[in-house]
Design a binder for this molecule. Structure first.
Ligand code: ADP
Ligand code: MG
Length: 230
């Protein structure tokens, strides 16, 4: 479980992006972090991923304060797939997948190659192993980035706007795929895409101006959010 308590975050230019944010993400659910653009979703994700450090408040991962965890222990528990994916353009998909486990976990390439190949097969993108990021479609790159994220076998994987490069049909396929993976990995999905959130998540939060204004069942949240946007 991830427990966020009274988190405040202000950027260096003085913009406060999170105002006393508190919530819990339970491991038995796929969570959605919803809200319009600029509401603080990515800031929250970056605080959870330790890329930003809140000035106040605490974030606990299975009871441990993330600010005091070692880098290795933390990265093995929690992974992040950024909106821009950050696939290395000079490496093919397979090489992209091998890099972090080699560097972070010091594992051997032969064994990793077997695992990566099996993972790509399972995800239905085995034929992409030798392709470079610029040679694949948006949906394929999204899957490849998640496949790479899963190589460290994190307990939690955070995804920022995973449908931003996908059309409606690919989003629906992707939703199905995420649900299957959710058996093994807990996902927290940051999205402004309400229909997509309805397809994947049971629980979530809705943010506005750096505050959580709704939390609970996704059905209730999306109904309330839809009322706002009319
Ligand atoms: P969302 O992901 O929901 O679109 P963000 O977390 O990116 O929202 O942004 C929340 C607020 O913080 C916005 O007002 C945004 O302009 C501001 N913000 C985001 N990044 C920075 C930054 N690097 N420096 C200053 N302000 C920022
Ligand atoms: Mg964002």
């Amino acid at each position: 479980m991830i427990k966020i308590e009274n988190v405040n975050f202000t950027y260096a230019d003085g913009t406060q992006a999170l105002f006393t944010v508190s919530c819990e993400f339970h491991s038995d659910h796929l969570f959605a972090v919803l809200g319009e653009s600029g509401s603080g979703k990515t800031t929250l994700l970056n605080c959870l991923g330790r890329f930003l450090h809140p000035q106040e408040g605490t974030i606990k991962l299975d009871g441990e304060d993330i600010s005091t965890m070692s880098e290795k222990a933390f990265r093995q528990k929690l992974g992040v797939v950024f909106q821009k994916l950050h696939l290395f353009p000079h490496l093919n998909i397979l090489q992209n997948m091998l890099l972090a486990p080699k560097v972070v976990q010091g594992r051997h390439e032969t064994e990793l190659k077997k695992e990566a190949t099996a993972m790509l097969e399972r995800l239905g993108i085995a034929d992409l192993a030798e392709s470079y990021p610029t040679q694949v479609s948006g949906g394929q790159a999204q899957r490849a980035a998640i496949a790479r994220g899963l190589m460290l076998q994190p307990e939690y994987l955070l995804l920022d706007e995973p449908t931003s490069a996908l059309d409606a049909r690919t989003s629906a396929e992707f939703a199905q795929w995420l649900k299957e993976l959710h058996e093994e990995t807990h996902f927290i999905v940051v999205t402004h895409d309400l229909p997509f959130a309805q397809l994947i998540a049971q629980k979530g939060i809705y943010m506005e101006n750096g505050r959580i204004v709704h939390e609970g069942d996704i059905e209730t949240i999306t109904k309330t959010a839809a009322k706002y946007s009319v």
